[in-house]
Write a protein that binds this ligand. Structure first.
Ligand SMILES: Cc1ncc(COP(=O)(O)O)c(C=O)c1O
Length: 360
């Protein structure tokens, strides 16, 4: 067996030790005679797995008791509607920042439930920058301010936390969660689809300040009501047990790596290496304003699009997989989340160097 370097944006590569542990525990989880997949979610064993995962996440991300941590389902996309349904309360408007495709999806969904005020957009520049906060037209009476700290498709990442004053700040951290330290106390709500830095797809982690619970509109589906999910320890219905367990293994792995501070240093180094290479080589280009380049998703183009297929074929042959850019933007994209080893980035740079030399 040989593991490839998988640069997929999500579902993404998982830490190898996590996969090995899951394999070893697959048929008989610690003498129970069954897989975690086969356990009752009400069993003492699974409740312990779930509670440990939450405790480890709280420790890793520095989440205080003022926040509830929810392990929900339906991916990050389901949160695009769950958020307005729960947080609009008796208000009619929410503020949104538009920095790319995922912001736009969140905006489109929120418009079904209330008035959306797009406070700033970088669409005019093809989402290659983040508008300075001083230019935003925020509304002090908005129910919340939503933004996407890392646009997975465009490779655009905020290098600052917006100041939302008394308005709760809501962040889609799907592709940046746990990649570096974040001051959770600045946020009203953070959500993240699991399939990049946390675990398998489908699971979505929601971190919500407790005073924001209990405001759901009455037509909110029960399964989308944060208060109900919080009151039931994310077990109002059968949770995604195996995904929750795997997320727990990833949290343990992260702790063993030195936590999010250590990961942040490694991630910065990995991204810098790749961007420095791209900038130094005329054959490759990345369009994002350097300050806002994503540490997690690195899109790049070749000097000639006609070479894209050959580039991808050569990459596949070297087991450097899933480098094709999103269908909406083309080119290439290397997603280098927590679980992508530095050796993967080195192998990619080595290949890019040789390809440019031969074909450039
Ligand atoms: C920033 C961001 N938000 C939302 C989503 C949607 O996640 P899901 O497919 O889990 O609904 C993604 C998926 O890639 C994403 O990158």
């Amino acid at each position: 067996m040989s593991r490839a370097f998988n640069f997929c944006a999500g579902p993404a590569t998982l830490p190898e030790p996590v996969l090995k542990q899951a394999r070893d525990e697959m048929l008989d989880w610690r003498g129970t005679g069954m897989s975690v997949m086969e356990m009752s979610h009400r069993s003492d064993e699974f409740v312990a797995i779930a509670e440990t995962a939450e405790k480890d996440l709280r420790e890793l991300a520095g989440i205080s008791d003022d926040y509830a941590v929810l392990f929900m389902q339906g991916g990050a996309s389901s949160q695009f509607s769950t958020i307005p349904l729960n947080l609009l309360g008796d208000k009619t408007t929410a503020d949104y920042v538009n920095t790319g495709i995922w912001s736009k999806k969140a905006i489109a969904e929120a418009k079904r439930y209330g008035d959306v005020n797009v406070v700033a957009s970088s669409e005019d520049s093809d989402f290659t920058t983040v508008p300075e906060q001083s230019t935003w037209s925020t509304n002090a009476d908005a129910a919340y301010l939503h933004y996407t700290p890392n646009e997975t498709i465009g490779g655009l990442e905020f290098d600052f936390t917006p100041d939302s004053g008394d308005v709760p700040l809501v962040a889609d951290m799907s592709s940046t969660m746990l990649s570096r330290p974040v001051d959770v106390s600045r946020y009203g709500l953070i959500y993240a689809g699991a399939q990049k830095n946390i675990g398998p797809s489908g699971l979505v982690v929601v971190i919500i300040r407790k005073d924001l619970l209990g405001k759901a509109r009455k037509e909110t589906p029960t399964m989308m009501n944060y208060q109900v999910i919080a009151d039931n320890g994310s077990m109002y219905n059968t949770p995604a047990t195996y995904s929750w367990y795997l997320a727990g293994l990833v949290f343990k792995w992260l702790k063993a790596q030195g936590g999010v501070k250590a990961m942040g240093e490694i991630n910065y180094r990995k991204a810098k290496k790749l961007y420095d290479f791209i900038d130094a080589n005329d054959f490759y280009a990345n369009p994002i304003e350097p300050r806002f380049r994503s540490w997690m998703n690195v899109p790049f183009t070749l000097a000639d699009d006609a070479l894209n297929d050959d580039f991808l074929k050569g990459a596949d042959a070297r087991r450097l997989l899933n480098l094709k850019g999103h269908r909406s933007v083309g080119g290439m994209r290397a997603s280098i989340y927590n679980a992508m080893p530095e050796a993967g980035v080195d192998a990619l740079i080595q290949y890019m160097t040789e390809f440019a030399k031969e074909r450039g």
